[in-house]
Design a protein around this ligand. Structure first.
Ligand SMILES: [Zn+2]
Length: 285
């Protein structure tokens, strides 16, 4: 798409190297993180060195144990959801869907909860950290669409005005000078239980079936491509480590340092969408 930009960030030989590496693969596993969604207007939590850019996100234990934390979370989520739900796939999402259609890939494992890979046309996606468009009851496990819950939040908080909030990576938003104690959270319509977005919070374990599926995908692959992830989260770092231990080559396209830099065959330090587009063009030649 924007080849000039890609070449300004990574060199032509680098793009050719990636294209050559992609060429002929059929069961490649892809691991993606926040870096593929920044082009969709969903900001990354971490900077180029893997450090927090803003205050760290909600911890699972705090959410479960504290009604005040839940009020704060849902008030911010209520504000951020419309922008999050309206986000469109980025050049990186589109390029990765093209890789799948070209028959190069097995499955894609994403740490993102925004479902933008699916909206870009990727079919074989493992949502390792869940999906933000679904709300789950912690007591009875009932799942409902986030859009439906948004309406319930609106009805329960008719005077709440949060239109000026800034969007955050997990769909919540920064709200200053707000009295969160006034915010009302509707309960599960079936059992009255506590509702939580169906995503893996920090400090929470990835569901076993997702972990097994992701590991199987990586271990049965003929190469692993990491796109837009610093791999700071253990659930994704361990996948790369498992591949390396089996002698499966891992390459990465990411802005800045990652936790697995010493495990890569090579890494391209650049913006995913532009780099992958340039590599796809080279492949098509
Ligand atoms: Zn329930």
């Amino acid at each position: 798409m924007d080849r000039g930009f890609a070449e300004a960030v990574v060199s032509v030989p680098d793009v050719e190297r990636l294209a050559a590496w992609l060429d002929g693969r059929s069961r490649m596993a892809v691991i993606t993180g926040a870096g593929v969604s920044t082009g969709s207007g969903i900001p990354d939590y971490r900077d180029g060195d893997g450090n927090w850019k803003r205050s760290p996100p909600v911890q699972y234990r705090d959410f479960v144990e504290s009604a005040a934390v839940r009020r704060r979370y849902w008030a911010r989520s209520f504000a951020g959801w419309p922008m999050f739900a309206a986000a469109q796939p980025s050049a990186a999402h589109v390029a990765l869907a093209r890789l799948e259609r070209a028959g190069l890939m097995g499955e894609l494992v994403t740490q993102n909860v925004d479902r933008l890979h699916q909206r870009a046309g990727s079919r074989n996606v493992i949502d390792l950290h869940g999906r933000l468009d679904v709300v789950r009851c912690l007591a009875c496990n009932d799942r409902t669409p986030r859009d439906t819950f948004q309406e319930r939040l609106r009805e329960a908080n008719p005077d709440w005005n949060s239109s000026t909030a800034r969007i955050a990576p997990d769909g919540d938003a920064d709200l200053a000078d707000v009295d969160f104690d006034r915010f009302v959270i509707p309960a599960c319509t079936i059992c009255g239980g506590v509702l939580k977005p169906d995503v893996v919070f920090y400090g929470e374990s990835v569901p076993r079936e997702s972990n097994v599926a992701a590991l199987t995908t990586v271990e049965s692959s003929d190469g692993v491509l990491v796109a837009g992830s610093s791999l700071m989260v253990w659930s994704s770092f361990r996948l790369v480590r498992a591949a390396a231990q089996r002698g499966i080559q891992v390459v990465a396209v990411n802005r800045g340092r990652t936790r697995a830099d010493d495990l890569f065959a090579f890494k391209l330090d650049g913006e995913c969408g532009a780099v992958l587009d340039a590599a796809l063009e080279r492949l098509a030649e």
